[in-house]
Design a protein around this ligand. Structure first.
Ligand code: NDP
Ligand code: 8X3
Length: 250
């Protein structure tokens, strides 16, 4: 199950997993994009089930996962990827709406899906949850306040849940990227494409496929191996503050 499969990292992970023969349940809000991706993935021969859902909607998430159980679909892998940033403001200028969007999606959305899926994994004593965190969960940067706080929360939840899972074979990992070129900045700046473009200009940033490769690696270790956290930066970005910009030819 991949949340946030309609763009960026989630979409790339869906492609990589399908190529590897993994049957998929793809979630996000934009149903048209989910259906288009499912059609494209037909060629891989895996089963692809899509469901347009907002991970913030606990009731709808739970109803869907209950339905999956009723029809006999077992989730062995959960990729908690759905997430977003809104705005880039000093805290004292911050918008309550932006804060709610980030906290409700990045923390509570991840919790909603995890709470619905994890009991089945524990009952089967098998499964792997991979959370997409961020460098923003390791280091704060100016005006990143609430977004960074949500990603620190994701890191804390990965670590804390691993304590809860001790003695089971269920694994939880976190893959934490630096700058990845996706729709992330377009969403952060509410559709301002010009401003979003400046974030990636002259930066040989990570691409969604790089993170899909990392997720694939994490998922394909021996049962005795649990990668707790994988922090991945573009070579040109050694911290949120230290980045080399130059001509990039993509
Ligand atoms: P994109 O904006 O390209 O993709 C975000 C995905 O999340 C979309 O598929 C979107 O689908 C989905 N999504 C957002 N809100 C919801 C919601 N409420 N319910 C269901 N799905 C939702 O961004 P990225 O691929 O970059 O982001 C993926 C994850 O990676 C996020 O958690 C982000 O914080 C993290 N990350 C990104 C980095 C970057 O530099 N890009 C770096 C580090 C971490 P839809 O709109 O259709 O619902
Ligand atoms: C997204 C990367 O550095 O914009 O998590 O916070 S950053």
């Amino acid at each position: 199950m991949v949340t946030g499969a309609t763009a960026g990292i989630g979409e790339a992970c869906a492609r990589t997993l399908a190529e590897a023969g993994v049957h998929l349940v793809l979630l996000a809000r934009r149903g048209d994009r989910l259906r288009a991706l499912a059609t494209e993935l037909d060629a891989t021969g895996v089963d692809v089930l899509t469901h347009a859902v907002d991970v913030r909607n606990r009731d709808r998430v739970t109803k869907f996962t209950d339905w999956l159980e009723d029809v006999g679909v077992t989730v062995d892998i959960l990729l908690n990827n759905a997430g977003l940033s809104r705005g880039l403001d000093d805290l004292h200028d911050g918008s309550h709406e932006d804060w709610d969007d980030m906290i409700d999606t990045n923390i509570k959305g991840l919790l909603n899906v995890t709470r619905a899926i994890l009991p089945g994994m524990i009952a089967r004593d098998s499964g792997h949850v991979v959370n997409i965190g961020s460098i923003a969960g390791h280091m704060v940067y100016p005006k990143g306040n609430v977004y960074c706080a949500t990603k620190y929360a994701v890191r804390a939840l990965t670590d804390a849940t691993n304590l809860d899972l001790v003695g089971t074979k269920v694994r939880m990992s976190s893959v934490d990227p630096g700058l990845v070129e996706t729709e992330f900045s377009l969403v952060r700046f509410r559709g301002d494409a010009e401003r979003a473009k400046t974030i990636y200009e002259g930066v040989d940033s990570l691409m969604p496929e790089d993170i899909a490769d990392a997720v694939y690696y994490v998922l394909n270790q021996r049962q005795r191996v649990n990668v707790l956290n994988m922090l991945i930066m573009p070579t040109v970005q050694r911290s949120p503050f230290v980045m080399a910009r130059e001509e990039v030819d993509r």
